[in-house]
Design a protein around this ligand. Structure first.
Ligand code: CA
Length: 281
């Protein structure tokens, strides 16, 4: 079972937005909606959509400008963008291609065709390891590359986030439940990053149980603490009542503690050896 895909629709015409919301939700997508470019940028950073449907002409800036902003930010550069264009807009199509648009859908559109284009675009992005469809975050290769680059920058810290006691959890609840935990952790981190200085922050899974966050050195320790505290507060929700209440899971007569989020902060270029652990509580 897959987690639902989030689509951000950037469209200022209410009729079109309403129609698309209905149609996409019917087809199992979670629809986010922005009516202008600023809102689109904010929502993208806070919710990390799997894909963006972008109208070309918006009240405050044009869709191409929004695309340019998103491509320039490490945290959002990977997100597939499909433009909604007028049939006559040939020049716009070329401009958008140059900015890295993934596809186009001409208005007035055929909903079935739109659905196919969305599916194909997501499939391509996953196949090329550009996106991790479970979480909507950048693919592992992109994450590793950006983290390696950030390590060379003394103004940036790397926060490594892992879940302890994940193995007994997976044994007891299965892979789908485990992936859901990783996805929720990713979402929490993204929503917290969306409220901070977003120009250089970044989050991505470099491997299954290893979420890496890039954050300005000054606030990194504090951010790591907040992530650990926030997620450890809700971790009980992933367990059945009996396990949560007794505080452990039992597998084959062995007791294992409930999961905990552990964050390690590596400060700046020289700080790699001086990583500090931020456990819960
Ligand atoms: Ca418009």
């Amino acid at each position: 079972m897959d987690s639902p895909r989030r689509i951000l629709l950037v469209e200022d015409e209410p009729d079109i937005a309403e129609m698309l919301r209905f149609f996409l939700e019917q087809n199992g997508y979670v629809l986010l909606h922005a009516e202008n470019g600023q809102e689109a940028l904010r929502l993208t950073h806070e919710k990390m959509p799997h894909l963006i449907l972008m109208d070309g002409i918006l009240p405050d800036m044009d869709g191409f400008e929004v695309c340019q902003h998103l491509r320039a930010m490490p945290a959002t550069a990977h997100i597939p963008i499909i433009f909604l264009t007028r049939r006559s807009g040939h020049d716009n199509v070329l401009a958008a291609l140059e900015l890295g648009a993934d596809d186009f859908i001409a208005k007035p559109f055929d909903p079935e065709e739109m659905l196919l284009r969305i599916q194909n675009t997501l499939r391509r992005a996953e196949k090329s390891a550009r996106i991790d469809l479970q979480t909507g975050l950048p693919g592992a290769q992109i994450a590793r590359d950006y983290v390696a680059q950030a390590r060379q920058d003394s103004s940036l810290a790397i926060i490594e986030i892992q879940i302890a006691h994940n193995v007994p959890y997976r044994q007891r609840y299965g892979k789908v439940a485990m992936n859901n935990v990783y996805g929720r952790l990713g979402q929490l981190v993204v929503s917290m990053l969306g409220q901070s200085d977003i120009a250089r922050t970044f989050a991505g899974y470099v491997s299954e149980n290893h979420l890496a966050v890039v954050y300005p050195v000054a606030g990194a320790e504090n951010f790591a603490r907040q992530v650990a505290v926030s997620f450890n507060k809700i971790i009980g929700k992933f367990y059945q009542d009996t396990d949560r209440e007794r505080g452990y899971v039992e597998i084959g007569g062995e007791r294992s503690p409930l999961m905990q989020v552990i964050c390690r902060v590596y400060l700046g270029r020289s700080g790699a050896a001086a990583g500090r652990s931020r456990g819960p509580r």
